[in-house]
Design a protein around this ligand. Structure first.
Ligand code: AMP
Ligand code: GLY
Length: 430
């Protein structure tokens, strides 16, 4: 069969790498892809925003399955249009993608279906939002732009004055455009974060191995928020009991809620959770595979991924058993371009990619890279993710950083503390 992967980041390279190993697949197209996907698939230069162009491509190429990586085309209805054209697609329609596309809707959904989450209020006028902050006694508070903001729409503020500046930037100066016209103000939750991804066809859920992401740019969780600077799987806080709790209190009611609201969801539900003193609480939903979470999950999944993608797309997930997992640890270190997550350098030649993969159990997934003649050059804020498996987190960490050291470009940086967190005790609540 022929598969089209939509997207051009590290997540899509990892998906292409995994799908390439399936005996069911004869050809892979990636739109637009990167220098990494170009080595295992055929890149087609159609941007992820171009919903019409992508549907046309799937039709003319007679693609059997489309796997959508990023959220923007899902929110824009790409999956609905593909389904209307009778093409199997892994990814929810626009109605399901609202769980990520609107934080206000996600909060309403969480509250309506009694899924644990932080207390929040939503505002569409700046005056009311500021007055609410003035009345708060607990600090910090979290201000979130309602719409998609590529990870740049969440602000943790320590005073009403600081919050007022953010509210003005979002709602008056429209710094994030329409995404900030509405905001959610949420209580600050403390604890460890965990990314839990589940494949679903709307009826059956298959929870994947949990992952710890590292959202902030600096060591020790300092500095600005990013899309994710590194991953560890399994998550150091995970236990069978915790996962059962997450399934029962988060995923089962989420699925039930979607069915109550008559939203058909075929793809990934990704819950970003905070493990608080009073149990796991949902920080956000994503309607897609995580990046860089997917890089670690794909390294650890031993079974063929394609039957799961197909079964979810066709509403037949109940016919499959869960996948087999590599029990070893996986660590992924993201190498970023100088300046990220702000304005960053582009076009710097990358050396040492082959040498990195000679380190035991290392696979390098490209993210912001492109081919320029015979050279691979940087072309994004997150440039690549060096993943490694190891008997334990220490071994995986040692290998991942050894691989990372071998790759060179001007202005590269990474966090140095990926994989240093050791088993974290969390309280489970019945
Ligand atoms: P979100 O896009 O909602 O996941 O937010 C991005 C990041 O902001 C999360 O991964 C957390 O690190 C942080 N964050 C979001 N909401 C909260 C909250 N209520 N309390 C503490 N941190 C939060
Ligand atoms: N790494 C977080 C995300 O994919 O949203």
């Amino acid at each position: 069969m022929k598969v089209l992967i939509v997207g051009g980041g590290g997540r899509e390279h990892a998906l292409a790498w995994k799908i390439r190993q399936s005996p069911l697949v004869s050809e892979i197209l990636v739109a637009p892809g990167n220098a990494g996907t170009a080595k295992l698939a055929r890149n087609v230069a159609i941007p992820t925003k171009d919903v019409k162009g992508l549907v046309e491509l799937a039709k003319t190429e007679r693609v059997d399955l489309v796997v959508v990586g990023p959220e923007d085309p899902l929110v824009a209805g790409l999956a609905d249009e593909l389904r209307a054209a009778k093409i199997d697609v892994f990814g929810p329609g626009a109605a399901g993608a609202r769980l990520e596309g609107s934080k206000a809707y996600a909060k309403e959904f969480l509250e309506a279906h009694r899924i644990p989450t932080g207390f929040s209020k939503k505002f569409d006028r700046s005056g009311a939002a500021k007055a609410y902050l003035e009345g708060q006694k607990q600090w910090p508070q979290v201000i979130k732009a309602d719409g998609l903001a590529a990870g740049k729409g969440v602000f943790i503020v320590s005073s009403a004055r600081e919050g007022g500046v953010v509210i003005d930037q979002l709602m008056e100066e429209k710094k994030l455009g329409a995404a900030g016209a509405r905001i959610v103000i949420e209580e600050f939750l403390s604890g460890e974060e965990i990314s839990v991804l589940a494949i679903t066809d709307g009826e059956t859920i298959l929870i994947l191995e949990p992952v710890m992401d590292h959202k902030q740019a600096g060591d020790g969780d300092t500095g600005p928020n990013t899309g994710g600077m590194g991953v560890v799987s399994p998550h150091p806080a995970v236990s069978t009991r915790l996962m059962r709790q997450i399934e029962q209190h988060v995923f089962v009611p989420t699925l039930h809620g979607l069915r109550c609201e008559e939203v058909e969801f075929r793809g990934v539900i990704f819950a970003g959770l905070m493990l608080t003193e009073s149990g796991p609480k949902v920080l956000e939903y994503n309607c897609r595979f995580g990046d860089p979470e997917t890089q670690a999950v794909m390294r650890r999944m031993k079974s063929d991924l394609v039957p799961y993608l197909l079964a979810a797309a066709r509403g037949k997930l109940n016919e499959l058993e869960g996948p087999d997992w590599d029990r070893r640890a996986c660590i992924g270190v993201v190498g970023a371009a100088d300046g990220y997550p702000g304005d960053y350098r582009r076009g710097d030649p990358i050396e040492g990619l082959d040498s990195a993969e000679t380190v035991d159990e290392v696979v390098v997934f490209h993210a912001g890279t492109r081919e320029q003649g015979r050279q691979t050059v940087t072309d994004g804020g997150r440039v690549l993710c060096v993943t490694a498996l190891g008997a334990d987190a220490d071994e995986a960490r040692e290998r991942a950083y050894a691989g990372y050291e071998r790759v060179r470009w001007t202005g590269k940086f990474a966090r140095r503390d990926i994989g240093l967190k050791r088993p974290i005790k969390t309280r489970t609540v019945r």
